[in-house]
Design a protein around this ligand. Structure first.
Ligand code: MG
Length: 450
């Protein structure tokens, strides 16, 4: 009897929300009360073997909209051959961004694009599991020509051609085994944002900053941008806590206009900030270029809200950023992030990914580790953001020890959540939220504002 083709049988989606707003974890100048959330997807197969797990990140209300966007992609996925899908995840990526009716909602940006990212990342999770490799190793071992074929060069070929990408990946393979061994031995540098949330007291900030140095971090990050006097006081406290040799990045979360960004950053210059992150709108490429000229030698960083490879291309072409902060779940998944890593390598700009949220650390570590082993080949001035929240909900949580992400060795993308987490925090009928609704407790941030 001929073997039956294994197919995707279901695309199951979940609206998972955590009540993080109660502790002001994650609070910044633009997002005072986030309930960290995941629009989570599981690709089921007819084999009963490995499943593909993926998600995108939101901060509460609207996570249901994000889930609905993933649901809208279902018809493209169910019924596909798992072997064909895993041999060419780019085929699904192209079908999803090419759905002309859904494309109208972007194109290639926003809720629909993030939904594509969740599904595409789930396919890479499945593909790597079938090869019994973590995603970073799956990518690092891949044939350069095949990997380049996974990238959509439409709209970026003026900056990077497919031939150039193959060449960069071929060069990146030289010495890869030594770097993989180094990665497994020493890990990949991390920095921590945990001390710097805007809602924390000065005492909590100081304590967490001192703890970060004790824990081996060489960079921390503070949220700024709500009140200048507060920022001066908090930056002074942080600098006193960590000493002169630890880098302090500051992050305004898009709070300012261009002129204000320059003035505010200069007002904090005495505390020697390493970079100013998201000083203004993530769409304002020329504004970032002006800020970069205005705040030198403070570096300019952005990326967590940059919506696609095309905008990243322009940031690089315009000389508008010193640090590129790609996000594992903002763009259309691994395929588009390979394009962004290749663009950064071509322009010689370090990638320091955005992470935190729910599971973003778990995902993005794989992309930086691939970049180190088989593309840029360096960890110089490269750090992955680390926020020590919500990792307990994952089957294969990140391990950050001595200020370094330890390389994951379990097959896949480290994306799978515990079933108990799904059962507890699915909104609004999971056991946690159902109990909240039944109690007399005051409203939480996830409920509609009145
Ligand atoms: Mg940020």
């Amino acid at each position: 009897m001929p073997p039956t083709t294994v197919r995707i049988t279901a695309v199951d989606t979940y609206d998972i929300r955590f009540p993080t707003s109660r502790e002001l974890d994650g609070s910044d100048a633009m997002n005072p009360d986030p309930d960290y959330s995941a629009a989570y997807v599981i690709l089921r197969t007819s084999a009963g073997g490995p499943e593909g797990h993926g998600f995108t990140f939101t901060i509460g209300r609207g996570n249901d909209v994000q889930v609905a966007a993933i649901d809208a992609l279902r018809e493209h996925v169910v019924g596909r051959s798992v072997a064909e899908l895993c041999a060419d995840p780019g085929s699904l990526y192209r079908d999803l961004i090419g759905d002309s009716q859904l494309r109208w909602l972007g194109p290639e940006k926003g809720v629909m694009h993030m939904a594509i990212g969740a599904v595409v990342n789930a396919v890479w999770d499945l593909a790597a599991k079938r090869e019994r490799k973590p995603v970073w190793q799956f990518l690092a071992d891949a044939d350069p020509a095949w990997l380049a074929s996974q990238v959509d060069f439409r709209y970026i070929s003026d900056a990077l051609t497919q031939d150039e990408a193959v060449e960069l990946l071929r060069k990146g393979r030289q010495g890869a085994p030594d770097r993989a061994a180094d990665l497994l031995r020493r890990g990949y540098p991390a920095y921590t944002t945990s001390p710097g949330w805007l809602g924390y007291s000065d005492e909590k900030l100081t304590h967490l900053a001192e703890q970060a140095v004790t824990d081996g971090f060489t960079q921390i990050k503070l949220k700024v941008g709500a009140d200048l006097e507060d920022d001066i006081r908090r930056c002074r406290a942080a600098r006193e806590a960590v000493g002169p040799d630890v880098r302090i990045a500051i992050d305004a979360n898009q709070r300012w206009d261009v002129t204000q960004a320059i003035e505010w950053t200069k007002a904090l210059a005495e505390f020697d900030p390493y970079w100013i992150e998201e000083p203004t709108s993530p769409d304002d490429i020329l504004g970032h270029a002006a800020i970069r000229r205005g705040v030198h030698p403070v570096k300019v960083a952005t990326g967590e809200h940059v919506q696609n490879r095309i905008v990243f291309k322009q940031f690089l072409q315009a000389g508008a950023i010193d640090v590129l902060q790609l996000d594992s779940a903002r763009v259309a998944g691994v395929n588009e992030n390979i394009a962004i890593l290749l663009l950064a390598a071509k322009f010689g700009i370090p990638v320091c990914p955005h992470a935190g949220g729910v599971g973003l650390c778990e995902l993005v570590q794989h992309l930086s580790m691939f970049d180190y082993v088989a593309l840029s080949g360096t960890k110089q001035d490269r750090v992955i953001e680390f926020v020590d929240h919500l990792h307990q909900h994952f089957l294969d949580p990140v391990d950050v020890t001595g200020g370094h992400y330890q390389a994951p060795t379990a097959p896949g993308f480290s994306a799978a959540m515990h079933q108990t987490t799904i059962d507890t925090f699915t909104y609004p009928h999971g056991t946690f939220w159902a109990a909240e609704a039944a109690s007399d407790k005051p409203g939480n941030a996830t409920k509609d504002h009145v």
